[in-house]
Design a binder for this molecule. Structure first.
Ligand code: ADP
Length: 283
């Protein structure tokens, strides 16, 4: 049996109906991958078919964040990606389908990490990585996706440029902490869109102020950076860039990541889960 594959990159076709978002950051450790998997988990919970291409080739973490241990399988000349199903108790009907049985959404994931044995570092050069990412888009059988998320590597290097060429209509979502020094770096990742021609969908502020058990508020990384970044990007690309939301520092989010279950599934009422769900609903 054939899967009817034609060996073209369906996501380069302007007529393709899949919504594509590239999740970018200026530097590592700001929660880009955590945001990516939680947006995917939230969208899938509302019944959507979601794909993730983990393009953070040197810092891949998406498989671990989703608890994926299976490898992709090969069928003829196609790669079947591992599928993460939404836990039945986490399915929620979309607003327009209120009252009906929620659809079973899922997440299909492909990552370089699935092709590197024993957690060894990826020491490939640019052209080889470009070819691998291209193969992810042409040879991986994602099926009909509602949404595809690309977890970009931090910064504005080769891979981010490659991805923008492979998926030109991807909207850029820029993740930053509220720290003003982080905002400077994140602004560069956002202004990359001037060269690539991609649309900037908005800014996600992560690791924002956390309310402590005694009611006091801890601003570990300061405050206001997300709004500042949105304003600065709006000015530098001369288009209105919104702040999509602000995700607080939250131990539940870190615990969910460590356990391989996104916080929107593991602790749905937690402050970070509520914020992430709202951002996903606004996409
Ligand atoms: P990046 O993809 O930007 O390198 P990660 O998503 O890997 O960053 O996140 C870095 C670390 O910070 C992870 O250990 C993650 O669990 C933790 N983390 C991310 N966002 C938060 C948050 N809002 N609250 C608590 N921990 C977080």
């Amino acid at each position: 049996e054939t899967l009817g594959h034609t060996k073209t990159n369906p996501f380069a076709d302007p007529a393709n109906l899949t919504r594509v978002y590239a999740i970018a950051s200026g530097k590592g450790g700001v929660g880009k991958s955590t945001v990516t998997v939680n947006l995917a988990a939230s969208l899938a919970a509302s019944g959507l078919s979601v794909g993730i291409v983990d393009a953070d080739v040197h810092g891949f973490s998406v498989p671990a964040l989703l608890g994926i241990t299976q490898a992709p399988t090969k069928v003829e000349d196609m790669i079947l990606p591992p599928v993460v199903e939404v836990p039945p108790e986490r399915r929620r009907p979309r607003a327009e389908a209120a009252g009906s049985e929620p659809d079973a959404g899922s997440i299909r994931v492909i990552s370089i990490g699935m092709f590197v044995p024993d957690n060894r570092p990826v020491a490939w050069r640019g052209p080889m990585l470009h070819r691998a990412l291209e193969q992810f888009l042409t040879d991986v059988h994602f099926g009909d996706l509602d949404v595809l998320l690309l977890d970009l590597p931090p910064g504005t290097g080769d891979i981010a440029i490659s991805m923008s060429q492979l998926v030109p209509h991807a909207g850029l979502v820029v993740v930053s902490t509220p720290q003003h020094a982080a905002v400077d770096v994140a602004e560069r990742a956002g202004t990359m869109s001037l060269q690539t021609g991609q649309e900037v969908v908005g800014v996600v502020e992560n690791m924002a102020a956390m309310t402590m058990p005694d009611g006091s508020v801890l601003e570990m990384f300061g405050s206001g950076g997300g709004q500042l970044l949105a304003e600065r990007l709006s000015r530098s690309i001369e288009k209105d860039v919104p702040l999509l939301g602000s995700v607080p520092l939250d131990p539940a989010l870190r615990e969910g990541g460590d356990a391989g279950v996104p916080v929107v599934w593991s602790a749905p009422g937690s402050p970070s889960a509520v914020a992430l769900e709202e951002i996903a609903d606004g996409l």
